[in-house]
Design a protein around this ligand. Structure first.
Ligand code: FUL
Length: 496
């Protein structure tokens, strides 16, 4: 059913990560400090978006009441009645679990609008909920702001209810009107989410969307919002709906490789998952996944809510691979998050708090292969993402050595590049000092905003991080080691 399942089934075995590395020769070609500034960098909005790390998706529509995942577009608005709907409960849950924004499905593929749109009768205004006077988008955006969260909106281009769907301009006008309503009546919107799914409308026809016009409308009405789709333009889909970014994950991509949203090709999943170190566009990946098997609430899935450990796995495979996690939590038929989902989110937050409590490398003396003052090696140990160590200009590799006053024990490493200045590091190696010699600990590709590496507990008083290849002078904002209370992870766990 899902277009994205088709993509996964068809994804080529050849990894674009391998492709990225095979092109590393470029890195050694002609190192110059000027070349560093030519590589893509994030806009302030993209940087803010990525540093938020966690966003919550909220899927709600007539499907919540029919048990379907994709509505037909023929559902009666009379079935939509989330009697106890409390958007503040959603936003409070999100904030308490460390999420920084939420994205609501204002209209899913069934065409039912969660706000009283002026251009259709297929909306909350013809539902029994609040006697047709309700507006979920209003309650949602108000709740986000009350809890200090950014508000994002999903508006499905595919609409199985609109009569004009598949007609060309008439539907594009309809879509632009709905987008305009959403972007002008509800205050500041931080993210607009464009689904690439494009099926047939009620008359059996498909629609050619006017993407340039859609993008221009968002830029004009909400210049600070980032736009998501397979093809960006600001943030890209990570290529699967499992919450798993590529082990190699570049924030840059060649815009020509995914020319428009919904560009179905068998290789797109890998391409989006890995990005492209030579891509001209900074377009970081968003990993969307649901806390339950479905995107919408189904009573029979109440015992299949992901556990706190399962959510930790998602955190490592998305945020820990230079992506952002967009975790869906669907409200039930009362319009509330279920207690199971809330408990799991609280457990997830508690686990992150316990694991990332303190950087055990604090207090180490740090030496580097070279430095570009004032960006000294010790900068990787302060918690400020804007302060960083830089190797000397025109270098493409380097190392950092940490010497601690006493032995530490850790099972998790965190690395972070100074991504305000771009993403350069193609691969790294970590060694620890053991019985009078350096011993290999781990090796990996790409770092970006955050790379998290899990391993069996290691005891050492010295650690060495070697940045073997890059496309600019290495610039690291963070190196951290943590010891989690869990002991269940073995070596290589993160690679699976
Ligand atoms: C997909 C849609 O078809 C699903 O129903 C869901 O909304 C997901 C986030 O995107 O393309």
């Amino acid at each position: 059913m899902d277009r994205r399942r088709f993509l996964l089934a068809g994804s080529a075995a050849a990894s674009l990560g391998a492709l990225g590395l095979s092109r590393l020769g470029h890195a050694d070609a002609a190192p110059s400090p000027a070349a560093d500034t030519l590589r893509p960098r994030p806009t302030p909005q993209q940087l803010h978006w990525q540093r938020d790390e966690l966003a919550m998706f909220v899927h709600l529509t007539v499907n919540t009441f029919t048990g379907k995942e994709w509505g037909e577009g023929t559902e009666s608005p009379a079935i939509f009645n989330p009697r106890k709907l409390d958007a503040r409960q959603w936003a409070r849950t999100a904030r308490q679990a460390g999420f920084r924004s939420m994205i609501l499905t204002t209209k899913h593929h069934d065409g039912f609008c969660l706000w009283p749109s002026a251009v259709t009768e297929h909306s909350v205004k013809n539902s029994p909920w609040k006697n047709g006077h309700g507006d979920v988008v209003r309650e949602f955006t108000d709740a986000c702001r009350a809890e200090g969260l950014g508000a994002g909106l999903y508006l499905s281009p595919w609409d199985r209810n609109a009569k004009s769907y598949g007609s060309g301009e008439a539907y594009n006008d309809y879509y632009i009107t709905q987008l305009t309503e959403l972007l002008t009546h509800y205050g500041k919107i931080v993210e607009v989410w464009f689904d690439g799914a494009n099926g047939e409308g009620p008359n059996g026809r498909r629609q050619a969307y006017d993407w340039p016009r859609i993008h221009a409308t968002v830029r004009k009405l909400q210049p600070d919002a980032v736009m998501f789709s397979d093809a960006g333009p600001d943030v890209r889909w990570i290529g699967d709906e499992k919450g798993v970014a590529g082990e190699t994950c570049w924030s840059s991509i060649d815009p020509a490789s995914v020319p428009y949203p919904g560009y179905d090709r068998p290789w797109i999943g890998d391409l989006l998952g890995h990005g492209d170190p030579h891509g001209s566009a900074w377009r970081p990946g968003e990993s969307d996944v649901s806390i339950r098997p479905g995107w919408f609430w189904h009573p029979e899935q109440n015992d299949q809510v992901r556990t706190p450990d399962g959510l930790m796995d998602l955190y490592f495979s998305s945020v820990g691979r230079n992506s952002k996690l967009l975790l869906n939590v669907p409200p039930n038929r009362d319009g509330l998050f279920d207690p199971e989902d809330i408990a799991s989110l609280q457990g997830f937050a508690a686990k992150r708090k316990a694991l990332f409590a303190s950087n055990l490398l604090q207090g180490a003396s740090v030496r580097a292969s070279s430095s570009d003052a004032p960006h000294l090696p010790s900068k990787v140990l302060d918690a400020d993402p804007d302060s960083y160590w830089s190797a000397a200009p025109a270098t493409r590799d380097g190392w950092l050595e940490f010497e601690l006053p006493r032995e530490i024990e850790f099972d998790t490493l965190e690395l972070g590049e100074a991504i305000a200045l771009g993403q350069n590091i193609a691969n790294y190696r970590v060694e620890h000092w053991d019985s009078g010699a350096w011993r290999p600990l781990t090796w990996g590709t790409t770092i970006g905003h955050k790379k998290l590496i899990r391993m069996d507990p290691v005891r050492t008083s010295k650690l060495r991080l070697t940045l073997e290849f890059g496309y600019g002078a290495p610039k690291l904002a963070c190196v951290a080691a943590y010891r989690g209370p869990d002991r269940r992870y073995g070596p290589g766990h993160n690679e699976k």
